[in-house]
Design a protein around this ligand. Structure first.
Ligand code: SF4
Ligand code: SF4
Length: 109
């Protein structure tokens, strides 16, 4: 049995982190400005990262394996990423609201 995952061509990766932010399953590993890699045990092959890459270095490949083997890990990663994004969004909203409050308070003086 084979399944599809994506692979990053390291020679062309500029470490921009766009793919990490896009992957809903937290399957990409990397630090800013360094080459990124895909964890095949966590990649669903959804291809959402491919069109986001500015250097077109993410390609689809087939590997030996069954999706059933990684289902639990994929679901866990998806929920974890969703919770993280939600926390960041709430924090961002709170910062924006506090900035707006400060601006309005200054205007009323
Ligand atoms: S194909 Fe989907 S799961 Fe795999 S690395 Fe890209 S966005 Fe993540
Ligand atoms: S989006 Fe492309 S260039 Fe940027 S870190 Fe990911 S693989 Fe590398």
């Amino acid at each position: 049995m084979t399944r599809r995952v994506v692979f990053i061509k390291e020679d062309n990766c500029i470490g921009c982190q766009i793919c990490i932010k896009k992957c809903p399953f937290d399957s990409i590993i990397g630090t800013e400005n360094f080459v990124h890699r895909v964890n095949f045990n966590e990649c669903t092959g959804c291809k959402l990262c491919i069109p986001m890459c500015p250097t077109d270095c993410i390609k689809v490949i087939s590997i030996d394996g069954d999706k059933k083997d990684i289902t639990e890990k994929i679901l866990f990663n998806f929920q974890r990423k969703k919770a993280r994004v939600s926390r960041v969004e709430k924090r961002t909203e709170s910062i924006i609201n506090s900035q707006i409050d400060k601006i309005l308070a200054n205007e009323q003086k």
